[in-house]
Design a binder for this molecule. Structure first.
Ligand SMILES: NC(=O)c1ccc[n+]([C@@H]2O[C@H](COP(=O)([O-])OP(=O)(O)OC[C@H]3O[C@@H](n4cnc5c(N)ncnc54)[C@H](O)[C@@H]3O)[C@@H](O)[C@H]2O)c1
Length: 401
């Protein structure tokens, strides 16, 4: 798996957070930084189970976190808060103030999924999805980390040929709060000919590029030491600035090999020879598209974790899948994406790399033992539900030294 690499003597933390203190003792940072593994042994985690399969998968991931913590000798204290449709039903808003406050005061946040048919026709401000956008904005998370790892046990789930897919291990670092999705001016209007137009602005400031570049270099340093910056610098001014700044930040990371690629080529290379990539950094819109493309190389939505981190170091960790209302409440959900999100929480949110590795190893062992939920099932393996899959991961964790 992507994360199963040689551990450097110091653990990287994108967080710079200390354990157990909440907001009062949290150091604020302006850039990502190294810190030594914490020796303090308690952390506060906010759980946001949300809707649909969210509560089922978060319950399993919570247990995995607890066991990994106790194996490593630290305690995780959990606080469960309302979000999404569940919050709408209970208190009438998709992101209650108390939920955001609790999240801000914790050391990391684990989210299940939000949404469902019931709220589909609500007004925009009363949609579960509005809660998701609001918590990302409220936490100031500007970097989205999306690993796409083809596990040997699941290589046949990829739509690519086995020899192309096997061994793929990519991390896409996407800028999340700038670029064309937020740039102004935007809107509708009329052109010189009186024709209706729609327009948006791709806009990046140096500070926005520098901070995402630093996150990406830190991530690349912790992985295979290769960073590919994807842009459209042959056409777009915002991309020209992007390339200039990423190249400038590279001087702070002489141990990371930087390359640049145009986005059209990157889209092609991802399906032609995905193994050439280690870590990719790109803007909001390119990252939106490329991270979906990269993750689908793995072929299984129920396996894919993600992390969103910001300058405060506080991170939001969640599977990339939605609330899967079609299978909610049926014990059919694959909990591994959320369990692997929990591993990212330990690694990138708290800087607890060895605990993260425990969870990753337990997932690998469970798959090696042939257990599969319906979404990743193939003949000859053992079909299990969400709970049993969780129990098998816990068993594997428990048996570790
Ligand atoms: N971050 C989020 O919370 C998030 C992300 C995407 C969609 N959503 C919301 O989720 C709801 C459903 O959206 P959708 O159907 O487009 O996407 P989805 O990801 O919920 O489901 C797509 C398909 O994948 C399956 N699937 C998803 N996760 C799975 C898992 N862990 N195990 C097994 N199968 C799984 C589902 O059964 C479904 O067939 C919508 O309300 C949408 O807005 C939320």
């Amino acid at each position: 798996m992507a994360q199963l690499q040689a551990t450097p003597p110091r653990t990287l933390s994108l967080s710079g957070r200390r354990s157990g203190g909440g907001a009062a003792t949290r150091p604020q940072r302006t850039m990502v930084s190294f810190r030594c593994s914490s020796s303090a042994r308690g952390y506060n985690i906010t759980l946001l189970p949300g809707d649909g399969i969210g509560p089922e998968v978060v319950a399993v991931a919570k247990d995995a976190l607890s066991v990994a913590g106790s194996k490593e000798g630290f305690e995780l204290r959990f606080q469960e808060m309302l979000m999404g449709g569940a919050a709408l039903d209970a208190v009438g808003v998709p992101l209650p103030d108390e939920t955001l406050a609790a999240a801000r005061n914790s050391d990391a946040i684990l989210l299940g999924a939000i949404g469902g048919y019931k709220w589909d026709n609500n007004e925009k401000h009363l949609k579960p999805e509005t809660g998701l956008l609001s918590i990302r904005a409220g936490l100031g998370v500007f970097a989205n980390l999306r690993p796409a790892t083809v596990l040997p046990q699941l290589v046949d789930a990829s739509t690519l040929k086995k020899e192309v897919a096997e061994g793929v291990d990519i991390m896409v670092v996407r800028e999340l709060t700038g670029g064309i999705y937020f740039g102004k001016p935007r809107g509708f209007g009329t052109n010189d000919k009186g024709e209706e137009i729609g327009f948006n602005t791709e806009l990046y400031a140096v500070s926005e590029i520098d901070r995402i570049a630093r996150v990406a270099f830190e991530v690349a340093r912790k992985r295979g030491g290769k960073l590919c910056s994807v842009d459209k610098a042959n056409v777009l001014e915002a991309s020209m600035l992007w390339r200039k700044r990423v190249s400038a930040i590279a001087s702070e990371y002489p141990d990371v090999e930087l390359s640049h690629m145009y986005v059209d080529n990157a889209a092609m290379q991802l399906v032609r020879n995905p193994k050439q990539f280690d870590t990719i950094v790109t803007n909001n819109i390119f990252g939106d598209i490329l991270s979906d493309e990269a993750s689908m190389i793995t072929g299984s939505i129920g396996m894919l974790p993600s992390a969103s981190v910001g300058e405060s170091g506080l991170g939001l960790f969640e599977p990339i899948h939605g609330s899967a209302p079609d299978i909610a409440g049926q014990d059919k959900a694959n909990p591994l994406a959320t369990i692997l999100s929990a591993a990212m929480l330990l690694k990138y949110g708290l800087g607890l790399e060895s605990a993260a590795k425990r969870i990753e190893a337990a997932v690998t062992e469970t798959l090696d033992n042939g257990f599969r939920t319906g979404d990743i099932y193939s003949p000859g393996t053992t079909l299990v539900g969400c709970k049993r899959m969780g129990e098998e991961v816990l068993k594997a964790l428990d048996s570790q030294k």
